[in-house]
Write a protein that binds this ligand. Structure first.
Ligand SMILES: Nc1nc2c(c(=O)[nH]1)N[C@H]1C(S)=C(S)[C@@H](COP(=O)(O)O)O[C@H]1N2
Ligand SMILES: [Mo]
Length: 210
C-alpha cells in the first residue's frame, strides 16, 4: 500500500468479510402499505411519504466501509437509496435545527448532530450489493451514516425529528457515545444524562414513536 493511502480500519477494529446481524429485540414485521417516512420537527415543510412515493424518489449509490462498535469492520459495501440531504432539503431546515432524533420501528431511536446527518454520502438505504435489504438488515429501509459507528445507521427507519438539542437515542441512553466517531473511538460513556434530557427524551419519543 502506498504510504499516502489513509488506513481503512479504525483503531481497535477487526476486518470481517461476513456481515453480522446486530440489533435489540425482534426483526419487525412490516406492512409496506402502512409504512411511511416522515420528516418533522424544526422544518419549514414537514412531510410524510408512503412506501410507493418513497420508491419513486431519485436513488443514489454509495460505496463505503462500515464499522460496528463491537469491533467488526466490513469494507467495500455498496448501498443504494435515497439521499438524506435531498430529504432534508425537501423539508427545509429551520435555523434552530441543530440535531436529529432518527425514529425507527418499535420505538428505536438514535441521535445525530445535524452536521453528521446532512452529508452527501448518507442514505435512506433500500438495497445492498444490488439487492433489496433483507429483513434482518433493515428492510424496507435503513439509515446509512458510514462515517460513524454503525449503531447510528438505524434499521427499519421511519423518519427524522429535527430538534434544537441532542436527545439521546436507544443505545445512547444505554451508555453508547452521543456521537460515535470510529476514528477517535467514541464508543461508550460520552456523558451521563441530566434529568432534563431524560424528561425531554420521554416527551419527544412519546410524540414521535411509531
Ligand atoms: N432499529 C434498530 N436499528 C439498529 C439497531 C437496533 O437495535 N435497532 N442496532 C444498531 C447496531 S448496534 C448495529 S451494529 C447495526 C447493525 O446492522 P446490521 O445488523 O445490518 O449489521 O444496526 C444498528 N441499527
Ligand atoms: Mo452495534
Amino acid at each position: 500500500m502506498p504510504a499516502s493511502s489513509p488506513p481503512r480500519i479504525p483503531p481497535g477494529q477487526i476486518q470481517t468479510t461476513k456481515w453480522p446481524v446486530l440489533h435489540y429485540g425482534d426483526v419487525p414485521t412490516i406492512d409496506t402499505s402502512k409504512w411511511t417516512f416522515r420528516v418533522s420537527g424544526l422544518v419549514e415543510r414537514p412531510f410524510t411519504l408512503t412506501y410507493d412515493e418513497f420508491l419513486a424518489l431519485p436513488r443514489q449509490t454509495v460505496q463505503c466501509d462500515i464499522h460496528c462498535v463491537t469491533t467488526w469492520s466490513r469494507l467495500d459495501n455498496t448501498f443504494e437509496g435515497v439521499s438524506v440531504q435531498a430529504l432534508l432539503e425537501r423539508a427545509g431546515l429551520k435555523p434552530a435545527a441543530k440535531y436529529c432524533l432518527v425514529v425507527a420501528e418499535q420505538g428505536f431511536t438514535t441521535n445525530l448532530p445535524l452536521s453528521d446527518l446532512n452529508r452527501p454520502e448518507n442514505l435512506i438505504a433500500l438495497k445492498w450489493a444490488g439487492e433489496l435489504l433483507t429483513p434482518e438488515h433493515g428492510w424496507p429501509a435503513r439509515l446509512l451514516v458510514p462515517h460513524l459507528y454503525f449503531w447510528k445507521s438505524a434499521k427499519w427507519v421511519r423518519g427524522f425529528e429535527l430538534l434544537d438539542e441532542d436527545l439521546p437515542g436507544f443505545w445512547e441512553q444505554n451508555g453508547y457515545h452521543m456521537r460515535g466517531d470510529p476514528w477517535t473511538e467514541e464508543r461508550y460513556g460520552g456523558r451521563g444524562l441530566t434529568q432534563h434530557e431524560i424528561n425531554k427524551f420521554r416527551n419527544a419519543s412519546k410524540k414521535i414513536a411509531r
